[in-house]
Design a protein around this ligand. Sequence first.
Ligand code: TYM
Length: 341
Amino acid sequence: MTRVFSGVKPTGNLTLGNYLGAMQRWAAVDQHQADALFCVVDLHALTVEHDPARVRRLSRQAASLLLATGLDPELCTVFVQSHVDEHARLSYLLECVATDGEMRRMIQYREKAVRERERGGSVRLSLLTYPVLMAADILVYGTDEVPVGDDQAQHVELARDLAVRFNRRYGYTFVVPRATHPTVATRVMNLQDPASKMGKSEDVGPGIVYLLDEPDVVRKKVLRAVTDSGREVVYDREARPGLANLLEILAACTGGNPSELSGVYESYGALKKDTAEAVVEVLRPVQERHKALCADPGYVEEVLRDGAERARAMARPTVDAAYQAIGLLAAAADIEVTAQG
Ligand code: TYM
């Protein structure tokens, strides 16, 4: 059975971009068709300036939202990254395979490093090595497919490169994974600035729809979306990025096709109105389930505890094999077990 792994980083409130680019498919498709793991990747949230209490709050919220989107712990494994030590253990080995130049070429590192410096902060070393930890997240489970938005493509490509390099040097150890992307809304753009991605880590903005925004707030944000000058509704990502973004959001929410939808509308106003309602309808059940889960924190904790246990059992043999392959001595306890076994 295909093994699928993906994750969300608790650095801000989750957005419509996270949902349409990734989470929607995890619940609708991946958990039914694959042996799937979904993770709140909290260690990654420590790579930029952070407030410990906020990271804890956002991690709990992200876990509840994963379940609220419809992930079923009977069908897939939902857990928190820091509960499974194997991610960090494998990350170190992969740092011994990755190169400094490779890390510095990562687009997200370059963009985030500039942003941190502009804020007057220092760039944490962990921001540079972030993609290696992400590769470990993926490789530790023998992952075949990584369902992500377009912005993560380069990171998954690095995970592939590291798997191939490790296997070549030290013997076959890792499955070589590949990224999968949705057919539409693979990069949802900021409604106020269609040239930038709708990102959760940015400051609160009128161009970002959060999964927990009230319906009226969603409507207001979508109705005020920046569109391009022109009157005709056409789907053209290059020439009409604001309009294309709305058409993609509408298509992703309704299961339609952006080109076909463009033919249905005669005015920007009508398109915005329908897009707003489609987003409200997609978020409604997620918000309802999230509310119910918040009233039952014990349930979410139990799911995460079971999930971590299952994940640990899957990860351990891969990391043990990697330790051996790369030249580390097995610990005495392991030798005893092997000798007895
Ligand atoms: P993160 O938390 O930024 O985003 C989670 C998922 O949402 C997708 N996404 C988007 N898709 C479309 N349009 C957008 N505007 C948008 N914004 C976010 C992302 O592509 C992602 O799929 N590095 C990862 C987390 C991570 C991970 C992993 C993912 C760590 N380890 C291993 C997969 C496998 C990240 O920061 O995602």
